[in-house]
Ligand binder design. Sequence first.
Ligand code: A3D
Length: 311
Amino acid sequence: MGRKKITLIGGGQIGGNLALIAAQKELGDVVIFDIPNSEGMVKGKALDLMQLRPHDGYDSNITGTSDWNDTKGTDVFIITAGIPRKPGMDREDLLGINLGIMRDVANNVKEQAPNAFVIVISNPLDAMVYAFHKVSGFPKNQVVGMAGALDSARFRTFIAMETGFSVQDVTCMVLGGHGDTMVPISRLATVGGVPVTDLIKPERLKEIEDRTRVAGGEIVKLFGNGSAFYAPAQSAIEMAESYIRDKKRVIPCASLCEGEFGIDGYFIGVPTVIGSNGVEKILEFTLTDDEKNELNNTLVAVKKTVSETNL
Ligand code: A3D
């Protein structure tokens, strides 16, 4: 058995960092794919990354291409193809352009590697992962969206910043759609097992939840051109690694719900077990009435963006 093949569709800001982290973790050989206009850019990034390896001795090969044939037999695709947000845009503003791109990508992925595990990152995430699933016809265990992993990492970061304790010991989850209606579950957040609700006053915790909901926008405003890329890349790699190494990690992911949490037929952020069979299980648990209401609100938002895909 040779090395795994990880193909990044889109070699921009997130794509470049995905390639770096995948190589550093030696998850497999990495192919960075982009449109013909950006072929030189991804070939250049690949060569630059190849030349970073000697210091630490990673053996992963990294190549850049704009030829779909080079993606044949891929084990894991991570899709960032599309355009990111600019200040003043919300994620939904990207739908028209990114939907066309996702259709093209889904058809090509299906042709080159019908058994691959696919992680979608392109925004608006909840609609894009749905579109990939519909167009490719891939079974639900093979398709997942990255959002909750990042939103939870943001929530963890803000809790660690507030308490001053190690971010490593902060556990929490953010469920729902990847937009301002996402649902940080403070009730279940802990620092080293100690409930956060015993460490941070309710009003302050509410502010931290609110900051989490708009954390992507905070960075978009600071950049002035483009959106976050380091943490999004690491978040998707955690998911890819759990698949490749069959870790069965439990990560909030946009997974296709068929009855779980009372949701049917939509990809939405829920605690998801990722192992060698892809999305292996959604872990359901009892929500409070307030949490149920919040999840309903976020479902309304997800349904709206999905309906705009006409799929
Ligand atoms: P960027 O640096 O612009 O990279 C996108 C790349 O996609 C560019 O290199 C394009 O040339 C390429 N591309 C465009 N069309 C195609 C195509 N048909 N086939 C292959 N490649 C193509 O953006 P980025 O890396 O900063 O962000 C990528 C996407 O991720 C955007 O849609 C962002 O909104 C989204 N994003 C999602 C999250 C989530 O948490 C879900 C977080 C951050 C960004």
